[in-house]
Design a protein around this ligand. Structure first.
Ligand SMILES: Cc1ncc(COP(=O)(O)O)c(C=O)c1O
Length: 347
């Protein structure tokens, strides 16, 4: 039985073209800036998001942490969403390793934070307060149904940041999903951020790696912080080679993942005992609730697993997440919906 793995887009496997590129990659010692494939990837990524420079890092978590450490000193404060990945799912790295203080603001269901809430969180000059240094946004917003935040919103937060002399970081792990969903060039979503991190190892299907992008000066300092974290890799062109293929070939096809997610959401909305806001599904992530109390969520997930459908119980006591990605095809949507129906009918 083929397993349909909808737990995350991080389960994607490298494409045949990526495996070829990995095999053929010309490599060198990247800590000496000698790896031609990493250098090519970094230049390509910087151009793609409209920044001066890029740093190749091991993961999205490392990318966000490197950026936070580069923007902030110990005791300084970061404003970020209460449902953001950086706050919820990155093991408190900014506090643990950087002595940086998170100040959370409510995320709305569309992944935004209200401008007045952000402004209210900016500290005044007072001996008792940490100094506010940075605002972080997430686009798409994982926990908020994979919402795509429009460029107008990003620009308005950047204007607020500028007014208070703060920097803006974008956790753009899935910023290409946002660009495809909104039908805009990704630069429109990155232009107002001082730093951007995006992942190669999610919907873009590369095996490992993320990019951190910003000004030349910022990236020089970020390179130092990557070294502090033990993230200076040597013949990393083996990995960056797949990243080049990811940027060249895997962006436009994200629209297929979005269409599959939408069809899944519409199907789930028809199943008795499940509840979903299907209209909120814009990209490749969807959440739904098991409202029927005839079965508990863990039994529900196990039953599906036995039918070859894997999804995650996450985001709430009776909430599950589905993520579509490269390798999940339209026919898998039909099989998944049939399995969901069967499980619900069995109880
Ligand atoms: C929005 C967001 N940011 C950052 C990350 C971290 O990426 P990584 O798993 O590569 O550390 C994730 C991972 O799922 C994510 O969803």
């Amino acid at each position: 039985m083929k397993s349909i793995d909808l737990r995350s887009d991080t389960v994607t496997l490298p494409t045949p073209k990526m495996r070829e590129a990995i095999y053929e990659a010309e490599v060198g010692d990247d800590v000496f800036s000698d790896d031609p494939t990493v250098n090519r990837f970094e230049q390509m990524a910087a151009e793609r998001v409209g920044k001066e420079a890029t740093l190749f890092v091991a993961s999205g978590t490392m990318g966000n942490l490197v950026c936070t450490l580069t923007h902030c000193a110990r005791g300084e404060e970061v404003i970020l969403g209460d449902k953001s990945h950086m706050f919820l799912n990155e093991a408190g790295g900014m506090s643990a390793l950087g002595g940086i203080h998170p100040h959370i603001v409510a995320n709305q269901s569309d992944g935004t934070m209200r401008l007045e809430d952000i402004e209210g969180a900016v500290r005044g000059s007072n001996l008792h307060f940490p100094r506010t240094r940075l605002i972080c946004l997430e686009n798409t917003h994982n926990r908020c149904n994979g919402a795509a935040l429009p460029s107008e919103y990003m620009d308005s937060v950047a204007a607020l940041a500028k007014r208070y002399g703060l920097s803006l970081h974008l956790d753009g792990a899935r910023v290409f999903n946002a660009a495809v969903a909104l039908g805009v060039d990704v630069k429109e979503l990155t232009r107002s951020a001082d730093s951007v991190s995006f992942c190669l190892s999610k919907g873009l299907s590369a095996p490992v790696g993320s990019a951190v992008c910003g000004s030349g000066e910022f990236i020089a300092e970020a390179r130092r912080n990557r070294k502090v974290l033990g993230g200076g890799m040597r013949q990393a062109g083996i990995l960056a080679a797949a990243g080049i293929v990811a940027l060249e070939e895997m962006v436009e096809r994200l629209a297929e993942d979005h269409a599959n997610a939408r069809r899944l959401a519409e199907g789930i909305a028809q199943i008795e005992g499940l509840s979903i806001d299907a209209a909120a599904v814009q990209t490749n992530i969807l959440y739904f609730d098991l409202v029927s109390d005839r079965l508990d969520v863990d039994t529900f997930v196990t039953r599906l697993d036995k039918k070859g459908i894997r999804l995650l119980h996450t985001g709430g006591p009776r909430r599950c997440r589905i993520v579509t990605h490269y390798g999940i095809e339209a026919k898998d949507v039909d099989v998944t919906l049939a399995a969901l129906r069967e499980v619900m009918e069995e109880f």
